[in-house]
Design a protein around this ligand. Structure first.
Ligand code: NDP
Length: 292
């Protein structure tokens, strides 16, 4: 039976470590890292995500600045807000909660953020830095996936990693991060032929698709580490809603060496890594080495 990778516990450890780093920065450098979160409109899921981000930022001892804007805000006004946050020395990280209303071009807004404050790691400059191996901000969910993999096996060198999904927020940046870890990386997607066979070659198998139970137990190489990024809400036979991943957990747990559950795997890691990026951003902006 596979080891269940406890993302909740690992995320809690990371948050505690960040709280210690923040305390050190306050005491020794008079620096309190600050994160600004911009939420436009009333998307209920976005509201929940933002609330959690605000709570966890504050719990880590950081400053949290919340900018709730009406869905009617114009693109120009949004860009003005980003300019204001870019210029604010108290703000070390800026996160614009996606999706944005249709009349606002998300790429334009993300790329208006000062790259060193882009704690989501979505700015084209940070994408480029990640791809060519320069220091920068990497996206939080892929960073969280790597942490989970390393909790199983600290050195990923030479592992065959297969990532199912090629989105800009998960699949592609995760591929770049795993190349840095010296993995041999394959990215699969909806046009991949014989997906099952591609997956069967993976020492590390990541599913970031958004299709409930797509990855079957028979696709998993015995002993592989399986990271399930998918979050899908499905209706059970009794009519209740429940969250499942992209991997058929019931099958895969009998084959994998280690596997993340949904919920409680990748999900809790994302905000923890967002906090980590904010502390890194604050240190970089002040020329302070990241505390241990
Ligand atoms: P996208 O919809 O942007 O990308 C999905 C990818 O999966 C695409 O590359 C698509 O291929 C591929 N795909 C779709 N169907 C298949 C298939 N049948 N076989 C193989 N590949 C397929 O999704 P995201 O990357 O944004 O998110 C993926 C999942 O991860 C979602 O469930 C999302 O909710 C979850 N998620 C979880 C996070 C967390 O914090 N835990 C954070 C972000 C996302 P193609 O490119 O060819 O269309």
């Amino acid at each position: 039976m596979a080891q269940i990778i406890d993302g909740k516990a690992i995320a809690a450890e990371i948050r505690q470590h960040i709280a210690n780093q923040v305390q050190f920065l306050k005491t020794n450098h008079n620096l309190t890292p600050g994160l600004s979160v911009v939420l436009i409109g009333e998307n209920p899921a976005s509201q929940v995500y933002v609330r959690n981000k605000v709570i966890q930022t504050t719990n880590a001892g950081m400053n949290s600045f919340h900018h709730q804007k009406d869905a009617t805000i114009s693109e120009t006004e949004t860009l003005d807000l980003i300019d204001q946050l870019n210029a604010d020395a108290q703000v070390n990280g800026i996160l614009v909660q996606l999706p944005l209303p249709a009349h606002i071009n998300a790429d334009k807004i993300i790329n208006a953020i000062e790259p060193d404050k882009d704690v989501d790691g979505f700015h084209v400059v940070n994408t480029g830095r990640l791809t060519i191996g320069l220091q920068g901000m990497a996206p939080c969910t892929p960073l969280g996936c790597v942490e989970l993999m390393k909790s199983v096996k600290a050195d990923l060198t030479g592992c065959n990693a297969v990532i199912v999904g090629r989105s800009n927020i998960v699949g592609k940046p995760l591929a770049a991060l795993l190349l840095r870890e010296h993995c041999t990386v394959t990215i699969a997607h909806s046009r991949t032929k014989k997906l099952n066979e591609v997956c069967m070659g993976a020492d590390i198998l990541v599913a970031a698709v958004g299709q409930p139970n797509l990855v079957k137990g028979s696709w998993v190489k015995p002993g592989a580490t399986v990271i399930d990024v998918g979050i899908n809400r499905i209706e059970t036979e009794s009519g209740k809603m429940k969250l499942v991943g992209d991997v058929n957990f019931a099958e895969a747990q009998h084959v994998a060496g280690a596997i993340t559950p949904v919920p409680g795997g990748v999900g809790p890691m994302t905000i923890a890594l967002l906090l980590q990026n904010t502390v890194r951003a604050a240190c970089m902006q002040h020329g302070i080495p990241l505390p241990d």
